[in-house]
Structures are given as structure tokens and as C-alpha cells.
Design a binder for this molecule. Structure first.
Ligand code: COA
Length: 163
């Protein structure tokens, strides 16, 4: 498994990974139709393309040589000290083998000035909550609008101090 920066040529595979992983993770929580609607909007090719050039951001993929196993996307606040981990997804068949941990480490290393990493996680997504708590994240609050303003999706906010 190797990690590299995502590029235009990865976008179709990135979208497929997100659609597969979102259905696997969230159908039981939000229902299949809502997951399809969300992923059609948030993970459209234009939306993903915009991530490639987002300022102060890092977009990495885990590649096993034949296919993508996972991805992470994070954005730093203007002072560079706080980084918001916006996406961390490992394809179902690759979960539990260390890829999520590798992607997280890569994000931390990519922002050497970062002192704090924040993220939002669905409370019912027990696997992800357990993963983040194992990495040392602590619950610091909650949001009514996970992902973007007006989404209406509640989530927990977690944070971890780094360095
Ligand atoms: C959550 C997710 C990113 C974790 O990635 P992963 O590759 O499966 O996790 P890793 O194998 O790197 O696990 C790293 C550590 O996390 C902990 N961990 C992982 N899964 C866990 C679980 N179900 N329960 C408790 N601890 C867990 C372990 O301590 C593990 O360390 P170990 O390998 O020494 O046992 C991945 O499972 C995933 O993409 N899930 C679906 C999508 C999702 O929920 N993304 C997060 C959205 S906020």
C-alpha cells in the first residue's frame, strides 16, 4: 500500500470508492435513498475536482497498485494551526488493516504547523467513533449541520492535539 496525492486521473475511482463506502457505512443509518442523494451532491466529479485545488488542503489516496483502498482530505484554517479532517474513507474490503491509520498519519505529517485536528463523525457510526477514540480524539461538541451549512445532519465533533 502506498500513499500519494490525489490527481485528476483518480477522480472517477475516488467517486466510486466514496459511493461504495458511503452506502456500506450509512445506508443502515440514513436510508439508501438519502445516501444516494448526499453522495450524488457531495461526491460529484465537479465537487471532488474542486477539492484538488482547494487552498491549504491535502487530498491523499491509498493505492495498492491496482486499486484505491482509501482516501483522506483535510483543510487547514488560515493560521495553519487547526486542521479539519473533512473525509477519511477506507473501502469496505480494506477496512481494519491499518489503512485508515496510515492515511491519518499522512494528514498530520502534511500539515507541520498543525497543533489541533478536528472532525465531525456520525454518532451511530460506532466503528469510526471507536477508531478516532483509539487515535486519541476526544469529543468536544456537536453540530446540527454535518459536512456543510444547512445539511441538517447531526454529528459529534471530535478533536485531538498534535505535536
Ligand atoms: C473508520 C475508518 C476510516 C478506519 O480505517 P481502518 O483502515 O478500518 O482502520 P485501521 O485498520 O487503520 O485501524 C487503526 C486503529 O483503529 C482502531 N480501530 C479500528 N477499528 C476499530 C473498531 N471497530 N473498534 C475499535 N477500534 C478500532 C484500532 O485501534 C486500530 O489499531 P490496530 O490496527 O492496532 O488494531 C474505516 O473503517 C472506514 O473508512 N469506515 C467507513 C467510513 C467511515 O466511517 N469514515 C469515517 C467518517 S467520519
Amino acid at each position: 500500500m502506498f500513499l500519494r496525492t490525489a490527481g485528476e486521473a483518480d477522480l472517477a475511482a475516488v467517486r466510486a470508492l466514496l459511493v461504495e463506502t458511503w452506502h456500506d457505512t450509512y445506508d443502515a443509518i440514513y436510508g439508501r435513498e438519502k445516501v444516494t442523494a448526499i453522495t450524488d451532491e457531495w461526491h460529484s466529479l465537479p465537487a471532488l475536482r474542486a477539492q484538488l485545488t482547494a487552498p491549504n488542503s491535502e487530498f491523499v489516496v491509498a493505492d495498492d497498485g491496482t486499486r484505491l483502498a482509501g482516501l483522506a482530505f483535510a483543510v487547514a484554517a488560515e493560521d495553519g494551526k487547526t486542521v479539519r479532517l473533512r473525509q477519511l474513507y477506507v473501502r469496505p474490503g480494506f477496512q481494519g488493516k491499518g489503512t485508515g491509520g496510515l492515511l491519518f498519519e499522512e494528514i498530520v505529517d502534511s500539515f507541520p504547523e498543525a497543533r489541533r485536528i478536528e472532525l465531525e463523525v456520525e454518532e451511530a457510526n460506532r466503528r469510526a467513533v471507536a477508531f478516532y477514540e483509539a487515535l486519541g480524539f476526544q469529543r468536544v461538541g456537536n453540530t446540527a449541520n454535518c459536512g456543510c451549512q444547512g445539511s441538517g445532519i447531526p454529528a459529534l465533533v471530535y478533536a485531538k492535539t498534535v505535536r
